[in-house]
Design a binder for this molecule. Structure first.
Ligand SMILES: *Cc1c(COP(=O)(O)O)cnc(C)c1O
Ligand code: SF4
Length: 345
């Protein structure tokens, strides 16, 4: 764990980040882990009751409200768990979850019931079984380290995992999903970068939801990775009160591009338990995507993605710009003008 992380409600009270600890709030913290790194604590505007950084990490009693449709495993990881810690949902890629801890605990997390205090790192024999499975399945082209946050592993353990994957001939690509460059930028050390570098390309997917998270320190951490030849892409979650406006999304996507992080996925929020206060209707998400398309550089366009509940796969849910009617294609531009395409399409 990075130093100076606040881990308990009492620590949050002492830091002035939550007014008082009610029994309802204790109930939340008993179910869902709490952690806020010093980088994020420093970023919180205590005078703003709707601060988009605080809203992501400071527990709220709204998390006790569980809607009937919410699920403890919203994207159906368990259904596709091939061996413990390894999810094989799509033919060409697997998700490996070497540890279940994160540097921060996001209040909207889709894996909030799998990550956190008390959950463990994969045991050496479990990791061996996962590598055996990957070795035995030649269709696996890509291994995605996810979590938990894989960059919380020690440099030595990361280097071991990357080394194992580098030794499996059919694995060509290693991908790491992480929040570390933003929430603990000091963790992106030369030693960490050395641990990642090997024979095979390592892509880093940065999870970040608000432009303010990309502080000077976070930008410098991204630059260290990109300068080392590690391509970076973004993933964000569309969240009520955090980035559910065209301006917030514009600023976020532009900030990514300025950091040489290619905007990749904007996730529609999952049906995780106690996260209803973060959810944005799909139609509103599509309207926001429309506000980006054409008005912002093509470099700034993420794909709007929904993970179908129950583990049925990710699908793009972007607005539709083209439809066919009686054999003629009709397309809509960013000014909402409609054009019939001539024959030949
Ligand atoms: C999201 C996810 C992936 C990766 O999907 P991409 O569209 O390639 O990012 C792979 N496996 C599982 C189980 C996933 O949830
Ligand atoms: S860093 Fe990712 S896995 Fe960890 S709590 Fe946040 S969203 Fe969940």
């Amino acid at each position: 764990m990075p130093g100076n992380t606040l881990h308990s409600l009492d620590e949050l009270v002492t830091a002035g980040l939550t007014p008082d600890v009610t029994p309802e709030l204790r109930e939340v913290a008993a179910q869902f882990s709490v952690a806020v790194t010093s980088a994020m604590v420093d970023l919180i505007d205590r005078d703003d009751a709707h601060d988009p950084i605080a809203a992501q990490f400071i527990p709220s009693i709204e998390e006790n409200r569980v809607a009937a449709e919410e699920l403890s495993d919203p994207i159906g990881d368990a259904r596709h768990e091939a061996v413990p810690g390894l999810i094989h949902r799509y033919p060409d890629r697997v998700l490996l979850k070497p540890l279940h801890a994160c540097a921060v605990y996001c209040r909207f997390c889709f894996r909030r019931e799998q990550v956190g205090a008390g959950s463990e790192t994969m045991k050496p024999e479990e990791l061996r079984a996962a590598f055996d499975y990957i070795r035995a399945h030649e269709e696996i082209w890509e291994v995605i380290l996810s979590g938990g946050d894989p960059l919380l592993l020690s440099d030595r353990r990361l280097a071991e995992i990357i080394g194992e994957l580098n030794d499996i001939p059919h694995v060509k690509i290693i991908r790491i999903h992480t929040r570390i460059p933003v929430v603990s930028p000091e963790r992106v050390t030369p030693e960490l970068i050395t641990a990642l570098r090997g024979a095979k390309p390592v892509y880093v997917l940065l999870h970040c939801n608000h432009a303010r998270e990309l502080t000077d320190a976070a930008r410098a951490a991204c630059a260290r990775l990109v300068d080392a030849g590690i391509p970076m892409l973004s993933q964000s979650v569309l969240l009520r009160g955090i980035n559910d406006s065209a301006e917030a999304l514009r600023d976020l996507m532009r900030a990514f591009v300025e950091c040489r992080v290619k905007p990749h996925y904007l996730h529609h929020p999952d049906l995780a338990r106690g996260t209803g206060h973060f959810r944005v209707p799909l139609a509103e998400g599509q309207a926001l995507m429309r506000a980006l398309r054409g008005h912002l550089s093509g470099l700034c366009q993420p794909t709007y993605i929904l993970d179908i509940p129950g583990g049925n796969g990710k699908v793009p849910i972007s607005p539709v710009y083209a439809r066919e009617e009686d054999g003629t294609w009709c397309v809509r531009n960013h000014k909402d003008e409609m054009f019939d395409l001539p024959d030949g399409f």
